[in-house]
Design a protein around this ligand. Structure first.
Ligand code: FEO
Length: 408
């Protein structure tokens, strides 16, 4: 170890280093970002964000992806601790987004003999990011290709458009580990022994926020991995998944088919002076008092929109309540519906509540925005509020509650 590495040894304590043993030959060398507020500048991450990276040690050594630019020193140090006196042979690049590829060049500078292994599309992106595609010192992989490290035989599977086009995932036959790129990732820092139930709250927010538009590519990938014997899933974000692997895959299958995860109602609303909010409360009370066990209410002007989006995908029914605004609809509701439509919202019952003191047009606009969503069935009961609840609108809310309760 040279002088600068000795200094690093002092600076980085065991608490901040994240070397974990995945299997005897596979080590975790990722990093945790505990200060980040917004991932991708948009998604709140109160529990931080992990950039995962792994090393497979065999006759040959493979590094699986790098980490975010801000963690270069910590990551290189983690890597060196795992390598000891050895040098890595391959850098396998599964995904080129900079949170995973930013440290490619510094790794190659430190270990000039390392060979990058990636899809053709990934190498094209490297040219854009780094000015080189490593022609002459690279291995280009395609769907179904294998790379032997010795005992560990790596199978590469294309996950094209699992939100980016160059994505590959990697299956290690020896230890039955699936390196899943961003798939099965989540917000927060890794924590062992999470159950699928604990994992899925944030994983669904991550999935529907970042990957949700790409259900068909995710289905294609699932059809490839379904025949593999998988004991662990190592994603590029969040915890390593062990045990109940079938349940994680079942959740991904449900999400990527755009099917509701459970029977329930999300009521998403905006309210300017509180009258639409009163209508929403009345509807929620009627649903709960008549046996609906899952009723979630979100004020779109105040909640985390990615949370509300994941809940819209989770439940079988969605109620949208808003006001006319600038002859259209209140902006947070418009943004929410845009998020849903961009992510191929489908296969749900949608009910509309509109409030308009002198020009109630919100229901018409909401309906128009959602009309292209496949399998969306609009509730038949209209609810129109003219400024504040009155006898007629209360009656409509009662009828809407009955209609929603009668639907699956
Ligand atoms: Fe975690 Fe798509 O990058």
């Amino acid at each position: 170890m040279n002088k600068s590495e000795n200094t690093m040894e002092k600076k980085l304590t065991d608490e901040v280093m994240q070397i974990m043993i995945i299997t005897e030959d596979i080590k975790y060398i990722g990093v945790n970002d505990c200060t980040i507020d917004l991932f991708e500048g948009m998604y709140a991450v109160p529990e931080g964000m992990a950039y995962n990276s792994y090393v497979i040690i065999d006759e040959k050594i493979a590094v699986m992806d790098t980490v975010d630019e801000g963690f270069k020193e910590e990551w290189l140090y983690n890597l060196q601790r795992v390598l000891g006196e050895r040098k890595p042979d391959y850098l396998i690049v599964q995904h080129m987004e900079p949170d995973h590829s930013a440290n490619m060049l510094c790794l190659i500078e430190k270990y000039p003999e390392i060979i990058p292994v990636a899809s053709q599309k990934a190498f094209a992106m490297m040219k854009n990011y780094f000015g080189t595609d490593f022609e002459g010192n690279r291995i280009v992989i395609s769907d179904g290709d294998m790379l032997s490290l010795g005992n560990h035989k790596l199978l590469f599977l294309s996950a094209m458009m699992m939100h980016w086009p160059e994505v590959m995932v990697t299956y290690d036959h020896a230890d039955k580990v699936l390196f899943s790129a961003d798939g099965f990732g989540t917000f927060g820092v890794p924590c062992c022994n999470q159950t699928p139930k604990e994992w899925k709250a944030e994983a669904a927010r991550y999935y529907f926020g970042i990957v949700g538009k790409y259900g068909i590519p995710v289905q294609k990938l699932l059809s490839k991995v379904v025949g593999l014997e998988i004991e662990k899933i190592c994603p590029l974000h969040g915890p390593i998944l062990t045990g109940q692997i079938d349940e994680y895959i079942r959740l991904y299958d449900t999400w990527s088919r755009y099917q509701p995860e459970e029977n329930g109602v999300l009521i998403a609303y905006t309210s300017i002076y509180g009258n639409t909010k009163k209508a929403v409360r009345l509807l929620a009370d009627k649903l709960r008092n008549n046996g609906c066990k899952k009723v979630i209410v979100r004020d779109l002007a105040r909640c985390d929109i990615s949370q509300a989006v994941s809940e819209a995908f989770r439940y079988s029914k969605l109620v949208l309540a808003t006001t006319t605004y600038n002859t259209l609809i209140f902006p947070p509701m418009r943004e929410f519906i845009n998020w849903l439509c961009e992510r191929n919202f489908a296969n749900r019952t949608v009910a509309l509540i509109e409030n308009g003191s002198w020009m109630p047009t919100a229901a018409k606009h909401m309906r128009e925005m959602l009309e292209g969503c496949k399998g969306v069935r609009f509730a038949e009961t209209p609810v129109k509020i003219m400024s504040a609840l009155d006898e007629e609108s209360r009656k409509q809310i009662g009828l809407l509650a009955e209609e929603l309760l009668a639907k699956e």
